[in-house]
Ligand binder design. Structure first.
Ligand SMILES: Nc1ncnc2c1ncn2[C@@H]1O[C@H](COP(=O)(O)OP(=O)(O)OP(=O)(O)O)[C@@H](O)[C@H]1O
Ligand SMILES: [Mg+2]
Length: 267
């Protein structure tokens, strides 16, 4: 069975892509066959952090020019990666049908995949909600600013009310300490609990770190290049906690829906 995780946030620029890339590499190094989907379609940039140059984008598979397998490029530690493409204007606002087709494309690789991580665009657009609700688990990236709290709350509210999701993992990024991260989480959780019937699970923190910035400039992810660093210890802890966090179970359009995976096998 493949586990899918959507990495999302209310506000942009909070570290979703660096989190998605390093968590994917952490899972890959745990010997899980992992695929990273850069679902920030048209504005994709995870390939830069990974230091890979994709030959194809997800749009090539949607057009039927190549299979989803052919769009996958190889990253470090055996990670497979598919890019949402950058500067592709027609990918910026996917309609409902194309979102559905994108999710169904992955059925073909179900048997070779243990984990699918989707780096989702910031905010609560139809596209973000579609990919968040298609995944088994959602990881919300939060930073300790009122704008991040407000927008993350809105995202959770829409995902709960429109898509029926109840379980959300939360990681607090760019903190001074673990204690500060926990305090931010407690504050955020108490606001959410007041108004919404949802379960938020704290899965860890990541310090504000120049090493993270440098890793992006050098295109060498920390989880590969600085294995003994405190940042990598954080990624490992977050990865383990996410594996132990509860799944969402909705009847929405989902990644790796067994009904479709089976019919692909039969077909
Ligand atoms: N823990 C951290 N410490 C220092 N800088 C960080 C940290 N996490 C992320 N950054 C920096 O913040 C910036 C935004 O990170 P990233 O691109 O991962 O965010 P994002 O949420 O994917 O943004 P967008 O919403 O635009 O897709 C990058 O310059 C990155 O280096
Ligand atoms: Mg991003």
């Amino acid at each position: 069975m493949t586990l899918s995780i959507a990495v999302a946030s209310g506000t942009g620029g909070v570290g979703k892509t660096s989190m998605s890339v390093n968590l994917s590499l952490t899972f890959a190094q745990m010997n899980k066959r992992t695929t990273l989907l850069d679902a920030d379609f048209g504005m994709a940039n995870a390939h830069i952090l990974l230091g890979v140059k994709p030959d194809y984008f997800i749009s090539d598979a949607l057009k039927g020019n190549v299979s989803i397998n052919q769009t996958l490029c190889s990253g470090p530690a055996g990670l497979k990666f598919v890019s949402g493409g950058s500067g592709l204007i027609d990918m910026l606002n996917l309609d409902k049908k194309t979102r559905y087709q994108t999710i169904r494309l992955f059925d073909e690789i179900a048997d070779e995949t243990d984990m699918l991580i989707a780096d989702v665009p910031a905010g609560a657009s139809d596209s973000s909600i579609a990919f968040v609700s298609a995944a088994d688990k959602v990881l919300i990236v939060l930073v300790g600013e009122p704008t991040s709290f407000l927008d993350a709350y809105s995202l959770i509210k829409v995902a709960h009310l429109e898509a029926g999701l109840s379980n959300f993992s939360v990681v607090v990024n760019m903190t001074q300490s673990e204690a500060q991260a926990k305090s931010h989480f407690e504050k955020f959780n108490s606001i959410a609990q007041k108004f919404l019937d949802v379960n938020l699970h704290y899965v860890g923190h990541l310090p504000l770190s120049t090493r993270i910035r440098q890793s992006i400039v050098s295109r060498k992810p920390i989880s590969i290049d600085a294995k003994d660093s405190r940042e990598n210890a954080c990624f490992q802890r977050i990865a383990k906690n996410i594996l132990n966090s509860p799944k969402n179970d909705t009847s929405r359009v989902r990644f790796f829906d067994q009904q479709f995976v089976q019919s692909k096998r039969v077909g």
